[in-house]
Design a protein around this ligand. Structure first.
Ligand SMILES: C[C@H](C[C@H]1O[C@@H](n2cnc3c(N)ncnc32)[C@H](O)[C@@H]1O)NC(=O)c1cc(-c2ccc(F)cc2)cc(O)c1O
Ligand SMILES: [Mg+2]
Length: 214
């Protein structure tokens, strides 16, 4: 049987990027997905918004839901201060295996912990497993109908604190209408929409940034 799209993406990184250079890994994936084969990374345009929010928040503990091949894990981890960490959750073992290799190629394996399994099972175990109190930043990029239940779960598990920033991908395409309703009509969140484009296309998409008010 042939290779998979994630395997071809990894090959493109190994061929075109420089080991230990996160920016070259990001550029190699963006080039491959824009000119060779589309893939569901947050991409270069929404990636710049992700970068700016990360720089503003400067999180010590970051969480990502939906690793896929690790593109946004590299984007996030490359901007973290020393001793800051990213935990990223992926339930597809084949995707997680590729992500581990892409994150390691970028030299960011010491800052990123990939946890395999469904977010709903893993979120309640985060505190005991990682000895953490709460997250400063959460990037939601997994199944779009899991954004609301997992946000509620993060609240219930006491993993959000006053000022925690949630950043959600794909709120327009494929769309997360229930999530937008939840965070925009909720006195516990201050939300703002960043209009952009679906990765590597001219279709509209955007990121919703929501600050938890405690
Ligand atoms: C959902 C995927 C991203 C990954 O999330 C993991 N995952 C899921 N649910 C869970 C869980 N509950 N726990 C842990 N991991 C979990 C999965 O295995 C994928 O690897 N992302 C997308 O489907 C996605 C799709 C599009 C897209 C847009 C226009 C089109 F025409 C076609 C596709 C764009 C994007 O930007 C995406 O992000
Ligand atoms: Mg996405």
């Amino acid at each position: 049987t042939g290779s998979s799209r994630p395997q071809r993406m990894l090959k493109a990184v190994q061929k075109n990027a420089t080991k230990g250079d996160p920016q070259s890994v990001i550029s190699a994936i963006d080039y491959y997905c824009r000119h060779k084969e589309w893939a569901m990374n947050v991409g270069d345009e929404k990636g710049l918004i992700l970068d700016s929010v990360l720089t503003e928040v400067n999180p010590s503990m970051a969480l990502e839901l939906g690793t896929y091949c690790g593109y946004s894990s590299v984007r996030i981890a490359r901007l973290l201060s020393p001793n800051s960490k990213l935990i990223t959750v992926e339930f597809n073992p084949a995707f997680a295996a590729i992500a581990r290799q892409i994150i390691a190629y970028a030299g960011l394996q010491d800052k990123v912990t990939i946890v395999e399994g469904p977010s709903a099972d893993l979120i309640p175990k985060m505190k005991e497993r990682f000895g953490l109190k709460s997250f400063d930043f959460v990037f939601l990029d997994h199944w779009k109908d899991r954004y609301v239940p997992d946000t509620k779960l993060l609240e219930e598990c006491g993993l959000l604190k006053k000022g925690t920033v949630l950043l959600a991908d794909n709120v327009i395409c494929p769309g997360a209408p229930e999530y937008l309703k939840y965070v925009r009509n909720n006195p516990r969140y201050e939300s703002r929409y960043y209009k952009s484009y679906l990765e590597y296309t001219k279709a509209e998409d955007g990121l919703e940034k929501s600050v938890f008010l405690g």
